[in-house]
Design a protein around this ligand. Structure first.
Ligand SMILES: Cc1cc2nc3c(=O)[nH]c(=O)nc-3n(C[C@H](O)[C@H](O)[C@H](O)COP(=O)(O)O)c2cc1C
Length: 316
């Protein structure tokens, strides 16, 4: 599918990849964004907090909404609801989340232990909607017990439009290196687009992922956290242009825009709570960064955070 060819994709990241940050990544060169993972059960039971996660703005398109769960009926219901009410560009199934809260209920990476359930879910999900359906996999539950190629083949047979692979086992969580050779193997195994993911931290890593694995598109998660410029930097590097370091001034300017937009969209209370982690990322490596972060973490209101960022701006 053309949508997933040669694209730079911002990864689904719970607690981080909400609408405001997705928009910032888009402005800075991301071609496609994913929502945070959203509970299919939560949509099925009409949970208002879950439903609020379905919101996005036009600038974010193309956007995929990612579902997690293990009940095929609930997942199909949730997908239909999303197609009707949120109208994203595609729907993704999470088949890799290692978080205990998710795997305990057989969702996320736990699906990697149950191919029959996986096939049942994918069959019902693809039948439920006319939107493209994609799947995001880890390579397996345990190291060396890889199921990624078998799962991708099942997905392809069921009409899935593209598959993302984060080539680590569930048991590895985020340790060790992502096994990019498994992305290369997957690319040789299926004909649908393969999106490579894992350990792209620098612009060069992005180009290396394309050349070493032959993948159709790349997905970046942690490398974009506090660093949404990575997408345009990869595009520049691909054209042979110089990639300049982002100045501390530009980092602070983006941090201030992020804070202001976040407050506008979600209100003061949530902004004061949730923006601390983002601001800490933006100020990494900055002169007096530790002092700035210390003040940010102690701040009770966004106005205090703004003040310290303005002070930092005058210092750089
Ligand atoms: C804080 C955090 C939250 C994440 N949330 C999700 C999620 O909601 N859905 C998902 O499929 N993966 C999630 N991931 C995994 C990322 O999408 C990605 O697969 C992983 O971080 C490896 O890519 P990276 O090395 O580019 O970060 C999350 C990762 C992190 C660090």
């Amino acid at each position: 599918m053309e949508l997933f060819k040669k694209k730079l994709i911002f990864a689904p990241m719970a607690g981080i990849a909400e609408s405001v940050f997705r928009t910032i990544c888009k402005r800075n060169g991301a071609d496609i964004v994913f929502s945070e993972m959203i509970s299919a059960d939560g949509i099925y039971y009409n949970g208002q907090k879950t439903l609020s996660l379905l919101t996005f703005n036009k600038q974010e398109r193309p956007i995929g909404i990612q579902l997690f769960g293990s009940n095929a009926k609930h997942i199909a219901f949730a997908a239909r609801y999303i197609e009707e009410h949120a109208r994203p560009d595609f729907i993704d199934l999470n088949c890799g989340c290692p978080v205990p809260k998710v795997v305990k209920k057989n969702g996320g990476a736990a699906l990697l232990k149950d191919p029959k359930l996986f096939k049942d879910i994918i069959t019902k999900l693809t039948k439920a909607v006319s939107l493209p359906v994609t799947v995001k996999l880890r390579s397996g539950w345990k190291i060396n017990e890889w199921v990624d190629t078998d799962y991708a083949k099942i997905a392809e047979e069921c009409g899935v439009a593209a598959v993302t692979l984060h080539p680590r086992s569930k048991t590895m969580a985020f340790s060790g290196n992502a096994l990019w050779e498994r992305i290369a193997l997957l690319k040789k195994t299926v004909s649908i687009p393969v999106i490579g993911n894992g350990d792209i931290i620098t612009p060069k890593d992005g180009l290396d992922m394309f050349s070493q694995t032959g993948c159709d598109s790349i997905m970046i998660g942690r490398g974009a956290y506090g660093n949404p410029w990575i997408f345009q930097q990869i595009k520049k590097l691909a054209k042979g242009d110089d990639v300049a370091q982002v100045s501390h001034e530009d980092k602070i300017k983006t941090a201030l825009i992020h804070l202001k937009e976040y407050k506008r969209v979600y209100g003061e209370k949530r902004a004061a709570r949730e923006m601390k982690k983002h601001l800490a990322q933006y100020t990494r490596g900055m002169v007096n960064g530790a002092t700035v972060r210390d003040t940010i973490f102690r701040a009770r209101a966004t106005a205090e955070m703004e003040d310290v960022l303005h002070q930092a701006f005058n210092l750089v």
